[in-house]
Design a protein around this ligand. Structure first.
Ligand code: NI
Length: 155
């Protein structure tokens, strides 16, 4: 595995629509492994392939319950809403208030290209929405209610 460089806001690749993954290849397996390593190193809860400069519809998420890999994710349904702070590894040092569904059901392939349907709530639901937006070239900063704020490091 290897760390990949996280692209930051202003980089054109973050504004582009990613392409579906047709088949799992060694190259794509390596990308997924690298994305997980890069996400953990950066202490993020999610990362989408465009954030490492690859326009493929792949997302990795770990909200503290173990890694989840979503290939070609499609959001099937959403419920309710939650309003709270959100950040992005591509927008370092910032956060903003965003309203998202409180529950999201997504259909995707896993890293073995096996289809499954997952329902996430709270932070997991927020992460699914945020990361799927990346696949369509959208950043959370355009959804922020009020101003983007500087994150105060609590460590
Ligand atoms: Ni992000």
């Amino acid at each position: 595995m290897a760390l990949r460089t996280i692209r930051e806001i202003g980089d054109e690749v973050l504004t582009k629509k990613a392409k579906e993954v047709a088949a799992m290849t060694p190259r794509t397996e390596k990308l997924i492994a690298d994305m997980l390593e890069t996400m953990y190193e950066a202490e993020g809860v999610g990362l989408a392939a465009p954030q490492v400069g690859i326009l493929k519809r792949i997302v990795v998420i770990d909200v503290g319950e173990g890694p989840v890999v979503l290939v070609n994710p499609v959001i099937l349904s959403t419920n309710g809403e939650q309003t709270g702070p959100e950040g992005c590894l591509s927008v370092p040092g910032k956060q903003g208030i965003v309203t998202r569904p409180i529950e999201v059901t997504v259909r995707a392939m896993d890293e073995h290209m096996e289809e499954r349907t997952i329902t996430g709530t709270e932070l997991f639901a927020r992460a699914i929405c945020h990361e799927c937006d990346h696949l369509d070239g959208k950043l959370y900063v355009d959804l922020v209610e009020g101003e983007l704020e500087d994150v105060t490091n609590e460590e």
